[in-house]
Design a protein around this ligand. Sequence first.
Ligand SMILES: C[S@@+](CC[C@H](N)C(=O)[O-])C[C@H]1O[C@@H](n2cnc3c(N)ncnc32)[C@H](O)[C@@H]1O
Length: 241
Amino acid sequence: MNKDLTMEQGYVRKPKFYGVGVGPGDSRLLTLRAVEVLQECQVIAIPRSKMERESIAWEIAKPHCPEGAKILELEMPMTSDQGVLQAAWEKAAKAVMGEINQGNSVAFLTLGDPSFYSTYTYLLNILKENLDPEQIETVPGITAMSAAAARVNLPLAIGDEPLLVIPGTGSLAEYRKFPNLVLMKASRNLDEILKVVHKGEVEGILATRVGQERENIRFLNKNEELEKVDYLTLVLLKHKS
Ligand SMILES: C[S@@+](CC[C@H](N)C(=O)[O-])C[C@H]1O[C@@H](n2cnc3c(N)ncnc32)[C@H](O)[C@@H]1O
């Protein structure tokens, strides 16, 4: 692998930091640019929570990475404690800068799209203070919601319809007549989601681990009862109007 500090067309290319969207699960759903970047980078940075046995983003990207690429594991704890999170992002940024200062370009893997509810943004905000703008590139990826809609051959939205994405917990009462809802992190808001589904006014799709080995995608019926679902689950709700 060539280091980016080599002379190229008469000027020195600085090493770069890339946020690479690897899509939701299927290794064929990466963009050509994502594959190009993975093949060129000397270091592949993998965000990992302590609880995770395997990194899903790495499993997706692995077939596209050259053998011998250095793997940099960055611990990203699953907590809402801002102090713990900030410390983890700063530690991760330091590790990335350590590689860049040695002339290595770093690809940070993100499930789905890096600009869509990803820890990449927090890391990027710190790195922006240390890098020149031309040293940063965000490579978009296919979001889990796009992949889920595609798997059931339904549009997320059409014509003049709005689309609302709700990323957390809380009451959905005021949104239940909205034409198109995407409920991210659905495992944390199942009771509220079921209240909407039970009214029978929506077409609901529950999508777990889209594109991955344990993929489970199904339509939710009016009498649906769900006790627990995987963290990697989203729900699409379309109002029947
Ligand atoms: C932190 S967000 C990451 C979103 C991601 N950046 C994207 O572009 O889709 C995590 C949430 O995304 C959804 N998600 C991510 N990957 C998924 C997949 N393969 N199948 C279903 N939902 C997924 C789940 O709702 C999960 O709780």
